[in-house]
Design a protein around this ligand. Structure first.
Ligand SMILES: [Zn+2]
Ligand SMILES: [Zn+2]
Length: 142
């Protein structure tokens, strides 16, 4: 079973993901305003995994909960010491899925779990090119 490890910037929080196959994960980019704000970047990039596959191996995340104008409750988890975002998920995904911030995955995860799609492309900055071969959706992220 493929396992992937990752950590925040300061290494206080570490995690491990155990999948039955790499296809169980789906990395995607999101160009929405909330993702840009939270990532502090031109877009957000996360890897969707089953909640049951994730184990936090050290540290405890700090949690933020708000609908932030989206109309649905959004959860963000980050390192309270260095500020790295670690996890995000919406109200309906809460019991089943986690979106792990792609940049916190160690090399093997980033190498093997490449982006499969993009969401909220209507908000894409005009200088950001579409990822070749990835699906492009104008809006919704489930
Ligand atoms: Zn940290
Ligand atoms: Zn988004």
């Amino acid at each position: 079973m493929p396992t992937y490890v990752g950590s925040c910037y300061c290494n206080e929080i570490t995690y491990k993901i155990t999948l039955s196959s790499p296809d169980e994960a789906r990395t995607s980019i999101c160009h929405c305003r909330n993702c840009r704000k939270w990532f502090g970047s031109a877009y957000g990039i996360t890897t969707k995994i089953p909640l049951s596959s994730l184990q936090i191996t050290s540290g405890t995340t700090t949690k933020h909960e708000s609908d932030n104008g989206s109309g649905t409750n959004l959860f963000r988890e980050f390192c309270g010491t260095c500020g790295s975002g670690i996890l995000e998920y919406g109200e309906h995904a809460k019991g089943e899925w986690r979106y792990v911030t792609y940049g916190t995955l160690d090399e093997k995860g980033q190498e093997e779990l490449k982006p499969k799609g993009e969401f909220f492309c209507k908000s894409r900055r005009e200088w950001v090119q579409p990822v070749p071969g990835a699906f492009q959706k104008r809006e919704i992220k489930e």
